[in-house]
Design a protein around this ligand. Structure first.
Ligand code: G4P
Length: 287
């Protein structure tokens, strides 16, 4: 699916990450969307921070299928120098688990003489601001300038000897897996003008049909599921997206489905499994 986005501060962000690696980096936190952990991960970040321990934070777990989140956590925990936790960014106590996980990944760091230096990254809308606000509460200080570091970097003091570095801007990957483009668009990570909502809604219907057919039927009062187009049309009819003469405004039907999915009104749903993601990546690499 063609996605028309603008890389924005991409180069500045890439440079800021390189600068941070040079200045000292103990743990990289990659914030992922628990509904699409593989698709919301950025291979470019891994390439820029090679050799550093990685903490995968599966955020928005309240919207994701708990059984699938458990599978994804297991998948990441099995990787070398990697740990994974699941969170709702707004909840204080779980957010603190992140500090503990970083300490476990870099046990030799901590205290004022050897501070823990952690970089936090994530694609837009994944919940980074929410998480930082939750973590910071009223205790932490924010300063902009760090010698030798691009000014865009923010240093957040989480506790004495524990620094969280936030790099504003975007680090969008080139999306080589077609399904990832659809999943990112469905999740709301990509601005709505950058993709065709109808196409994304049809793909979402295909995923829901495979993994959560009953949810789809229940939410929209459908007795059975016809073709993807027929399902979208039926959703449109249920949501009053009719046009004079009897047709359906398919883009309105698509908007209704995407809005419901984003708000969790279809229940807790995960769009992809670790195994699917591995297979998709392999297929994309062989193309
Ligand atoms: P960003 O900095 O990574 O771009 O994301 P941000 O924190 O702004 O969060 C993007 C949206 O995701 C916000 O919703 C936020 O409330 C929501 N969000 C963040 N973390 C979680 C989570 O763990 N669970 C759920 N369900 N939602 C989460 P919004 O609609 O854009 O704004 P608002 O609802 O806060 O007004």
């Amino acid at each position: 699916m063609p996605i028309h986005w603008f890389p924005g501060h991409m180069n500045a962000t890439r440079q800021a990450i390189k600068d941070r690696v040079k200045a000292g980096l103990d743990v990289v936190i990659e914030l992922l969307d628990a509904r699409l952990p593989g698709s919301s991960s950025n291979p470019l970040l891994a390439a820029l921070t090679t050799g550093r321990p990685s903490l995968k934070v599966l955020n928005k777990q309240d919207l994701a299928d708990p059984a699938m989140t458990a599978r994804w956590l297991e998948h990441y925990d099995a990787q070398a120098h990697t740990r994974a936790i699941a969170l709702d960014a707004g909840e204080k106590a779980p957010a603190r688990a992140l500090v503990k996980a970083c300490r476990e990944l870099a046990p030799h760091r901590g205290g004022l003489d050897k501070p823990m230096r952690v970089l936090i990254c994530g694609i837009p809308n994944v919940g980074k601001s929410t998480l930082i606000n939750t973590l910071v509460g009223r205790r932490a200080a924010k300063t902009g300038d760090e010698p030798g570091i691009t000014k865009v970097e923010q240093k957040i003091v989480l506790e004495d000897g524990f620094y969280l570095f936030d790099t504003p801007g975007m680090l969008w990957p080139r999306i080589s897996v077609t399904q990832s483009g659809y999943h990112l668009a469905a999740s709301g990570a990509i601005g709505r003008n950058a993709f065709d909502e109808e196409e994304v809604a049809l793909e979402l219907i295909a995923v829901l049909r495979r993994h959560y057919p009953e949810r789809l039927k229940e939410r929209f009062g459908l007795a059975e599921l016809g073709t993807d187009d027929a399902v979208l049309e039926a959703i449109g009819l249920k949501r009053g997206a009719k046009v004079r003469g009897g047709g359906v405004q398919m883009h309105k039907a698509a908007e209704a489905l995407l809005a419901d999915f984003r708000q969790g009104l279809l229940g807790r749903i995960t769009l992809e499994t670790p195994e699917e993601m591995t297979a998709w990546r392999q297929a994309a690499a062989e193309e």
